[in-house]
Design a protein around this ligand. Structure first.
Ligand code: ADP
Length: 235
């Protein structure tokens, strides 16, 4: 049965969708049966980033109009993806409370499920957090991102959720970057990986491919692969 990791973030644009796609693709590349679920129901982008032509989506499944098996698509290295719909109409009809039962129905088909949680605190993000066996806190090394992370951490703690740790993404951009010690102390969590700002991420998006697939030697890919090896227990 699958172990579920939810990637959470307190602020938009920190790179959570990128991280979900690349951890998923790296695990699939290690021949682990992996499913990505795009729980960012308001602004789902996993399908777009991977160039999927989607008809049936998670939204159809959550509104009771479709079977979950019909909303799962193929990505690179046999990665499976449950994408969302970008139409507003679909969003208004979804019921996030249905998610737990849905995930239960496919859990035995996978070794890992990676969930992209919407940013911040909402009914949808709470559903995504609740499902996790382990949470990964994604952030950028700036004070606004840390403030958001602390808020999401507090919510997760109130749900008694376990944290795998922190990923600090997009380092090397801003002056006065927060130090690792400052981040770890503020959140009471360990940093798992530090990922630099890397133009290969944007280049890979243009090819609608994960950076770990398109540019496996780039600094972020090395980081995503190392972390995914740790997750999969092959490190
Ligand atoms: P979120 O899902 O948290 O809103 P995304 O994964 O969509 O964030 O990333 C936001 C933007 O930042 C995207 O254009 C993405 O390509 C870019 N990005 C994310 N991480 C990096 C990085 N390490 N280096 C360069 N660009 C990045």
């Amino acid at each position: 049965t699958a172990k579920i990791y939810t990637i959470i973030s307190g602020k938009g644009g920190t790179g959570s969708t990128t991280t979900v796609i690349n951890i998923g693709a790296a695990l699939a590349g290690f021949a682990k049966k992996t499913l990505i679920i795009d729980m960012d129901l308001g602004m789902p982008t996993v399908g777009l980033m991977l160039g999927l032509e989607t008809k049936t989506t998670l939204h159809d499944v959550l509104s009771g109009d479709a079977d979950i098996k019909d909303a799962i698509y193929d990505g690179p290295s046999n990665l499976k993806i449950l994408p969302g719909s970008i139409s507003l109409h679909s969003f208004l009809n979804t019921d996030p409370d249905k998610l737990a039962g849905l995930v239960e129905s496919v859990k035995d088909d996978f070794e890992f499920i990676i969930i992209d949680s919407p940013t911040g605190i909402s009914k949808n993000s709470m559903a995504a957090i609740s499902l996790a066996d382990e949470l990964i806190q994604l952030m950028n090394p700036d004070i606004a991102s840390l403030a958001g992370a602390m808020k999401v951490k507090a919510i997760s703690d109130s749900l008694e959720k376990q944290f795998f740790g922190i990923i600090v993404n997009r380092t090397g951009v801003v002056k006065n970057e927060l130090s690792s010690e400052r981040i770890e102390t503020a959140l009471g969590l360990k940093i798992l990986e530090i990922l630099p700002e890397d133009p290969n991420i944007r280049n890979s998006v243009a090819f609608k491919a994960p950076v770990v697939v398109k540019y496996p030697g780039s600094p972020v890919s090395v980081g995503f692969n190392r972390l995914s090896a740790e997750i999969s227990g092959i490190k």
